[in-house]
Design a protein around this ligand. Structure first.
Ligand SMILES: [Zn+2]
Length: 118
């Protein structure tokens, strides 16, 4: 599966998020295999400060937790993160500092996220 297809798949998953405003999904891949997938948690409080998401679990962290429970060996893994708007438009999905740290800690080779087209 090409990187483009992996990102398209992540966008599809993001669109399935039940969150009304922040539709996010993250997928951990090992080759073409999905080893962990996470959608944003509904309880995340986005209202306080942009970029400061308190409570709940981020899509990236959830994907990693699920990949971990799948006993993935964390070799040659990448993570893709996508966010879509209400109308299916693609938005910026750069992981926050905490998620970036977690991604690094797990030894994931690369992280790709969607950006808003202006
Ligand atoms: Zn995060």
């Amino acid at each position: 599966m090409t990187l483009k297809n992996k990102i398209l798949k992540t966008i599809e998953e993001a669109a399935k998020s039940k969150h009304r405003k922040f539709k996010l999904a993250a997928i951990v891949w090992q080759g073409s295999k999905v080893i962990g997938i996470g959608h944003n948690h509904y309880n995340i409080d986005f209202a306080t400060k942009p970029g400061k998401r308190k409570g709940g679990i981020h899509a990236e962290a959830l994907a990693i937790v699920r990949a971990n429970s799948n006993k993935a060996k964390w070799k040659h893994t990448i993570i893709t993160v996508a966010r879509v708007g209400k109308r299916g438009n693609i938005l910026e999905a750069k992981p926050c500092k905490d998620c970036m740290r977690l991604i690094e800690k797990m030894g994931i080779d690369k992280v790709y996220w969607t950006t808003e087209r202006k």
